[in-house]
Design a protein around this ligand. Structure first.
Ligand code: BG6
Length: 491
């Protein structure tokens, strides 16, 4: 497909938060770096009443608030003149024809189009259908691609139905289902770390690894998003997408190449090796929590049983991971904001040092700090000087900020928008992958929501969740870890 043609980016839901916070700052950053196509236009479409000028002003204010790079007025003026706005009704086919006609006039010949669905999910099918009906998804000379925001479905059945609906208009190769975690540098770096180095891969299996902990903790509560969050909860909001992506990247086999299909095939293979947790096993393998005070948040239903915290213990039934639990944990209103993957290695097989009876040596751990203070720590034992055989855990550390500079990490959306413009779907979720992830979350949701099993465990804001979270690991003789300022803490 021709990438040198003029390219139009149409953002549906252009007056919303995502456009102002993430999409425009990312597109402008790409423009500053000369990474956008030479001829491009951005058309914002939404219900709100803006004109080109007021829309540009609204986006300009967003840059002040949300961009992580220095603002350049001259560059902004050059960029902003490519931005247009059209208000319209998503239910109105005429509105789609109007902007199609406007774009055709501007494009004046063959052009590429990227449609970005930053709209409420219930609108995805009808907007895509109207694009198709107005002839905007046919790839004659230029390409046509559609980026679909999360959530992609609310359970397995709705995700399947949504896949069917969008496939009526689009080929799978035109669909880019976004998960912004895959746009994070440190998440992509899991692949580089594992498959561009030889020293860890031989250890990356059940022979050396005791278990894996994946934590995505947030300090904030639901805040202004309560209207969306209530009834959705942490499993749909964080597990089905972000945490499952972290699990697959950590556990997958090496793909044959760094290409979208090879990569996604391996991710699907891992997901299909996970034993779904059903029925009675749900109470044993999961924790369902809610922070105290959640039901008093504006827009949250009184007596809501929506979970704001969860732990899930998955087992991967394959040669590499047999018997190695993957403990996944995420929640709102926790003690810290951090995303960490901790690979906990096994105890040394033989204890030759004279350590206090009843104690054990501390096993090695590799901590992938995905955010904040992006980097990696490898914990190992060292002899304390001036003792006979006393040992202490020490860390070998790598920090992105030290190696690449404090501003080296771009916004996740920047990478993903660029990849979508260049037709690289490696960091987007394929139809079978999204369904496979739902098939693992669905049976847990059924138990939680239909049977209220396990019961909802309340936790104090600012802690690491309910006691049940520690109890789940304690059943396996393990405990949660959290590394902070070079110290591995139990949580
Ligand atoms: C979003 C969730 O997908 O990810 C939010 O809907 C969550 O609830 C956010 O806060 C976390 O993203 P990040 O990049 O801040 O870890």
């Amino acid at each position: 497909m021709n990438n040198s043609l003029p390219t139009t980016i149409v953002i549906f839901g252009a007056s919303g938060d995502l456009t102002q916070r993430k999409l425009i700052p990312s597109l402008f950053s790409l423009y500053r770096k000369d990474r956008l196509p030479e001829k491009f236009k951005i058309l914002g479409f939404a219900g709100s009443k803006y004109n080109d000028e007021s829309f540009r002003q609204h986006l300009r204010e967003g840059l002040d608030k949300f961009a992580s790079f220095e603002f350049d007025e001259t560059k902004w003026q050059a960029f902003a003149k490519n931005i247009h706005y059209q208000s319209g009704d998503y239910q109105e086919p005429g509105a789609f024809q109007t902007f199609h006609d406007f774009l055709r006039k501007w494009e004046d010949g063959p052009a590429n189009r990227l449609f970005y669905m930053a709209i409420p999910p219930h609108l995805f099918p009808s907007v895509i259908e109207k694009l198709g009906a107005t002839g905007q998804t046919e790839e004659n000379a230029g390409w046509r691609r559609v980026v679909i925001e999360k959530p992609f479905g609310t359970d397995l059945a709705s995700a399947k139905a949504l896949n069917e609906e969008v496939h009526r208009t689009l080929q799978e190769s035109q669909i880019y289902r976004i998960d912004h975690y895959l746009g994070k540098e440190t998440v992509q770096n899991i692949l580089m770390f594992r498959f561009a180095n030889t020293i860890f891969e031989p250890l990356w299996n059940r022979n050396y690894i005791d278990h894996v902990q994946i934590t995505v903790a947030e300090e904030v509560g639901v805040g202004h998003r309560a209207g969306y969050y209530d009834g959705v909860g942490v499993l749909r909001d964080m597990f089905q997408n972000h945490l499952m992506q972290l699990l697959t990247l950590t556990a997958m086999e090496p793909p044959a190449s760094f290409n979208a299909n090879a990569l996604r095939n391996e991710k699907v293979k891992v997901l299909s090796s996970i034993e779904p947790i059903r029925g009675e096993a749900v109470a044993y393998n999961t924790v369902r929590g809610q922070y105290k005070g959640y039901c008093d948040e504006p827009e949250v239903a009184e007596n809501s049983t929506t979970a704001t915290f969860a732990v899930v213990r998955f087992l991967i039934d394959n040669w590499r991971w047999q018997g190695v639990p993957f403990y996944l944990r995420s929640g709102k209103n926790l003690a810290d904001k951090c995303t960490q993957v901790i690979i906990q290695f096994k105890q040394p097989p033989h204890q030759m040092f004279p350590i206090e009876s009843g104690t054990r040596m501390t096993p090695n751990a590799l901590v992938l700090f995905l955010q904040p203070d992006e980097g990696m720590h490898l914990r190992f034992e060292a002899k304390v000087p001036d003792t006979v055989a006393k040992m202490r855990s020490v860390d070998m550390e790598f920090h992105y900020a030290d190696e690449f500079g404090p501003m080296s990490i771009p916004e996740a959306y920047e990478r993903l928008l660029l990849d979508a413009l260049q037709g690289d779907a490696a960091l987007f979720t394929r139809a079978d992958e999204v369904e496979m992830a739902w098939s693992l979350i669905d049976p847990i949701l059924t138990n939680w929501e239909t049977d209220q099993d396990p019961p909802l465990a309340l936790y104090e804001p600012g802690t690491w969740g309910p006691d049940e979270a520690s109890a789940l690991l304690a059943k396996d003789g393990r405990h949660w870890m959290h590394e902070e300022a070079g110290h591995m803490l139990e949580t």
